[in-house]
Design a protein around this ligand. Structure first.
Ligand code: NAI
Length: 391
């Protein structure tokens, strides 16, 4: 079955991601069946979506009739069999391997043999979920970012058994939803959640060493680096429980590679319940009238911080290319569209000159003698050959 505008889209899980994905597919004219076994979850999904869309009418970004037809095209159901007839199914339920496997087994019985099944998992491998399926060749990962209607990026992740035609078909369809699709190998964190780790991890390390406080590190990354948010503000926004869990999962999945080592500072925040903005306390204090420290706006210190975090980020982006996780272009597209970095990291490496980045990494490695700071072999090769990443 080829996927097109007439394909019915099935979405499992009416939470944050499932509701957002259903909105996207319906906006592009598909009939959508959104299934969740919990009726209260379905109700809040529906009312939440109505609220978001009505606001679009108020802001004159959409007409009432457009909004009405988007809502009419979505069927909210707690009956799994309503998913039958879906040519493309996206699962966005709790991040639990056993529950996901069970749901896929049930839904595979309901759908046609040629339907394409996909998971929106962030941290489980596509291979592990596919083991439950009778037709693993028709299954892949499609990783949307939150909020799905606003974030352009979708990582397309074929598993070990996925048919190439299935990957191409799913990617082409999602391209028609005006998304930026990138292809990633089925490895921990795919592209974004792997390459972005040093943005948090190295910032935390600098903070733990006492080189600078959170406000100063955030200032350096924003003012000197051009990032929209600093690492500490961003971790406070994401929630330390969520951010720490991703770091810990990537660290474990990489067989405890020191590049991904989680930090005690963040662990203590989680343990104490200071989860960030949602609890009014994280690295910053969000309570009414709270005073937060001012950054030390010292350009020399700021550059030192920026170069250290940026070198680690670029080294990680280079590793994703070196290990064939994704192409140079796709790594850059992923970071600019998935986490809104001001520039693709490999383009950034070219602008700085790969030899400068290697110098920064080598200086860290000499200073610390830790494996965490080992420069990537591909970075060294590029410098040796006098080449850039882009021609
Ligand atoms: P959520 O907690 O908002 O929603 C999960 C939904 O799954 C709930 O509506 C729940 O009722 C439903 N559910 C639970 N058990 C179910 C079952 N047996 N059958 C059907 N539905 C069931 O979770 P969220 O944040 O939407 O995440 C869903 C998936 O998307 C996870 O795999 C997560 O890793 C992934 N993801 C999450 C992102 C995020 O920023 N929240 C970003 C990208 C991916």
């Amino acid at each position: 079955m080829s996927l097109d505008k007439n394909t019915q889209i099935g979405v499992i899980g009416a939470g944050t991601m499932g509701t957002g994905i259903a909105q996207v597919a319906s906006t592009f004219g598909h009939k959508v069946v959104l299934y969740d076994p919990y009726s209260d979850q379905l109700n809040s999904s529906k009312s939440g979506l109505e609220k978001i869309l009505n606001r679009q009418v108020e802001k004159e970004r959409m007409t009432q009739s457009e909004v009405d037809s988007i809502l009419e095209r979505i069927v909210f159901t707690d009956n799994l069999s309503t998913l039958s007839g879906s040519g493309f199914l996206i699962e966005a339920i709790v991040e639990d391997l056993e529950i996901k496997k069970e749901v896929f087994q049930k839904v595979e019985e309901i759908l046609e043999d040629d339907a394409i099944l996909a998971t929106n998992t962030s941290s489980l491998s596509i291979a592990s979920i596919s083991s439950a399926l009778k037709r693993p060749e028709r299954f892949l990962g499609v990783h949307f970012f939150n909020p799905a209607p606003l974030m352009k990026l979708v990582e397309i992740i074929p598993g070990i058994s996925t048919d190439e035609a299935v990957t191409v078909s799913a990617r082409s369809l999602i391209d028609t939803w005006q998304k930026v699709t990138v292809r990633a190998k089925d490895t921990p964190g795919f592209i974004v959640n792997r390459v972005a780790r040093p943005f948090y991890g190295e910032a935390l390390r600098i903070y733990e060493e006492g080189v600078a406080d959170a406000a100063t590190i955030d200032w350096a990354m924003k003012e000197l680096g051009g990032f929209k948010m600093g690492p500490f503000e961003l971790m406070d926004l994401i929630g330390h429980d969520v951010n720490y869990k991703v770091t810990e999962s990537v660290f474990k999945e990489f067989y405890y590679d020191p590049r991904f080592k989680p930090s005690f500072a963040q662990k203590r925040l989680v343990e104490s319940g200071r989860l960030g903005k949602k609890t009014n306390l994280g690295f910053y204090d969000y309570r009414d009238g709270a005073k937060n420290p001012e950054p030390v706006k010292d350009a020399v210190l700021g550059e030192k911080i920026l170069h250290r975090i940026l070198a680690m980020l670029i080294n990680e982006a280079v590793d994703a290319v070196f290990m064939n996780v994704a192409s140079i272009e796709d790594v850059d597209l992923a970071m600019t569209n998935g986490v809104n970095y001001p520039m693709g990291l490999l383009k950034w490496a070219d602008e700085l000159g790969p030899s400068r980045v290697l110098d920064w990494m080598s200086a860290l490695q000499v200073e610390y003698r830790e494996d965490r700071y080992r420069p990537n072999p591909l970075l060294k090769q590029k410098v040796r050959r006098g080449e850039n990443f882009y021609e």
